[in-house]
Design a protein around this ligand. Structure first.
Ligand code: DQQ
Length: 678
């Protein structure tokens, strides 16, 4: 083991002002104080339309005239259309497809600036647009509709990674990467919010801002560790005055404050600097620490060596001085920089979550890395050996970065925590925008967090995790409608009369015609969600599923579907996919076809759950074996025009579907009220 110390590094940097942090040691703090520390102005209760530049008004006027014409024609069509009937028109046809993501070109006028890449973080701008030329003439009404109603978002501006989640003295704490100044990445601080139930949130003052040389270029991602003596340590990455990535220690100023409002940065920061052989910008995002039988804490930090992604392990007794362990926790050639590594145990013998330090029989360990190169979160199940301080995947072919993903849609920089309140492990994940940066600036915000998910080992398959939205989201369910045994014939679409369909929780089961399944010798071997034509690619046994955020005429629709392929040996492979190709008439938003296979065991029905909340659709297949998160930006299927349909685009099989659909309430997400006392 080599001993690491920050002292050498400190000599070459400016003196630190160790008294910059706002520290309030008064445990009986009152809320006027709290309000005084807010760094941004709350928005009014009702969403206000975003301002439109005067230069665009003329353009918008003519657009509105055209739009009214289109709407009038649409209305006529709606009146003619028999809502209760089943049409036999295929849902989508090949000719209607947008350009595929591989052929997407981005117009000059919407080219986004690269942000943070020279400083050493991922590209945060979305670049895979579906069109070229002018950006779409978004209206205030369209942009306002995109803001979600029950997903966590700041009041305004940019958000990215979840940081330091924990449960403490009756409150769930959530910190997040946040730009206080704009709707683009930059000037990153740790913003802070608390909740009693992971759904309704109260914004608090920023926990940490960049105010020392060792984090002056950003208070980047990190994790919380709750110590057995009641202390809390927060390890986070600071980007220094020279854009070197270092690890810093912070802790609450007042442990008797359940809101943990004030945070103190350790006077000896940084506690870790890049060791020899590690790039100064390839060293970030410390995990929650785990306690070992030899009474030491260990923590892992993501990095890369050439193109091999890796995770370094350190040992510490006091979180101040550290030893770099020989070897690494794990490394996978060709996977590039590992960001936001997560490492935790899952129980193989019960549906419970485990504290991060649990080892022994009945336990597997999950290693997750967020791949800087492709912006996806990959995980693998394996065995942790605390003697050699290494982790070995169960299946090397499904190793970290080359195998399973938490989510096959837009989902990144995730982090779990052990919720001792409910004995579960909860996963947070960041879902960025897939529209243009210009649109983000216009709407004044960017990014949402997915609904926190409970993570469990899948005892039935033994080869994957299950992710499921926390049960608390069900408290938002309002009225529900049941649809029992709806037959959806091959090549048909069936409207589901649930009224406005912008905030929904949908549970659906599908049974494909047994005779067609048996009678098919071979179908679509080699199918792939992203490259086989999406929802328009008609095969014998798929696709079938749901059209969400669709307008009455289906001119806009986001599809979430199953597709079954059958080998000549009789083996079935089921795919779970989401097709955004027709999700919006706008040309300047991403429209991808996402998905992967999903294990379906003998005797299981095909099932999916969807959480629809304006511009985000979270989809879970087979109890959460495969998940897909989509961001979509319809222009017509919004507000009262958003509808829901079943579809079956298979050529050779009908499908029987049963569904339960709830309308979802909005969550209360707002500043901590002044009139409340703890
Ligand atoms: N975001 C943070 C980094 C992390 C990256 C900076 C992942 O710490 O590696 O905002 O999105």
């Amino acid at each position: 083991m080599s001993r690491c110390s920050a002292s050498k590094f400190e000599q070459s940097v400016p003196l630190i002002n160790q008294h910059n942090n706002m520290v309030d040691t008064n445990p009986f703090r009152t809320f006027p104080d709290l309000e005084a520390t807010f760094s941004y102005t709350p928005l009014p209760e009702e969403a206000e339309p975003t301002g439109i530049p005067a230069s665009r008004l003329k353009h918008l006027k003519s657009f509105f005239i055209t739009l009214c014409g289109i709407l009038f024609l649409g209305l006529l069509m709606v009146l003619i259309h028999d809502q209760g009937s089943t049409t036999t028109t295929p849902v989508v046809v090949e000719g209607e497809r947008s350009l595929s993501s591989s052929t997407m070109i981005m117009g000059e006028n919407i080219k986004a600036v690269s942000r943070g890449v020279p400083e050493g973080v991922s590209e945060k701008s979305f670049r895979l647009f579906s069109g070229e030329g002018d950006s779409y003439p978004w209206t205030n009404a369209m942009l306002s509709w995109q803001r979600t109603s029950y997903h966590f978002q700041p009041q305004k501006n940019w958000m990215n990674d979840p940081n330091g989640p924990m449960f403490y003295k009756g409150w769930y704490h959530f910190f997040y990467q946040y730009n206080p100044d704009a709707a683009v990445w930059g000037n990153i601080v740790w913003a802070h919010a608390v909740s009693k139930d992971l759904i309704h949130w109260l914004y608090l003052p920023f926990a940490m801002v960049s105010d020392h040389w060792y984090d002056i270029n950003g208070v980047w991602s990190g994790s919380a560790t709750l110590l057995p003596d009641g202390n809390i340590v927060m390890l986070y990455t600071g980007s220094t005055n020279e854009s070197v990535q270092v690890q810093n220690l912070a802790y609450p100023a007042n442990l008797s404050d359940p809101l943990l409002i004030d945070w103190v940065k350790y006077s000896g920061n940084p506690v870790l600097v890049p060791p020899p052989g590690i790039g100064l910008k390839d060293y970030r995002d410390p995990t929650t620490a785990w306690y070992t039988p030899d009474r030491k804490w260990r923590v892992t930090i993501g990095s890369k060596v050439n193109t091999t992604g890796t995770s370094l392990v350190y040992q510490t007794e006091d979180f101040i001085s550290y030893e770099l362990m020989d070897g690494v926790l794990h490394a996978v050639p060709g996977t590039g920089m590992w960001e936001c590594v997560d490492f935790y145990p899952v129980s193989t013998i019960g549906d419970i979550g485990l504290d991060t330090s649990v080892i022994g029989a009945g336990v597997k360990h999950v290693l997750k890395a967020s791949l800087d190169d492709d912006k996806h979160d990959y995980y693998a199940l394996g065995t942790y050996d605390e003697e050699t301080e290494s982790w070995t995947p169960d299946n090397p072919a499904e190793d970290v970065g080359i195998g399973m993903r938490y989510d096959y849609g837009k989902y990144y920089a995730s982090k779990t925590f052990y919720d001792q309140n409910k004995g579960r492990r909860v996963l947070w994940g960041w879902t960025g925008e897939t529209d243009s940066e210009a649109a983000d600036i216009e709407k004044g915000w960017a990014s949402v967090q997915t609904i926190p998910r409970v993570v469990l080992f899948d005892n039935k398959t033994g080869s994957n995790l299950l992710q499921w939205p926390v049960e608390e989201v069900e408290s938002l369910r309002l009225t529900s409608k049941d649809f029992i045994n709806v037959e959806v014939g091959a090549g048909s679409v069936v409207p589901l009369d649930v009224g406005t369909a912008t905030q929904l929780d949908i549970i659906a089961e599908f049974e494909i015609d047994e005779e067609a399944l048996e009678g098919t010798m071979e179908a679509d071997v080699g199918y792939n969600c992203s490259t086989s034509g999406g929802a328009a690619g008609r095969g014998r046994l798929g696709p079938f599923g749901l059209l969400v955020l669709a307008d009455e005429s289906l001119s806009e629709q986001t599809t979430v579907y199953f597709y079954i392929s059958k080998g000549i040996d009789g083996n079935l492979t089921t795919f779970f996919c989401s097709d955004e190709s027709r999700s919006s008439k706008a040309n300047d938003v991403g429209k991808q076809v996402y998905g992967n296979t999903v294990p379906v065991l003998n005797g299981e029905k095909l099932s999916m759950r969807l959480l629809v909340d304006h511009s985000i659709v979270e989809s879970f297949a087979q109890g959460g074996r495969t998940c897909i998160t989509s961001r979509v930006y319809p222009t017509e299927a919004i507000y009262g025009a958003a509808r829901l349909f079943l579809f079956n685009n298979a050529t050779g099989a009908s499908v029987i579907t049963s569904l339960k659909i709830w309308k979802m309430n909005s969550a209360f997400i707002r500043p901590f009220p002044n009139d409340q006392r703890i």
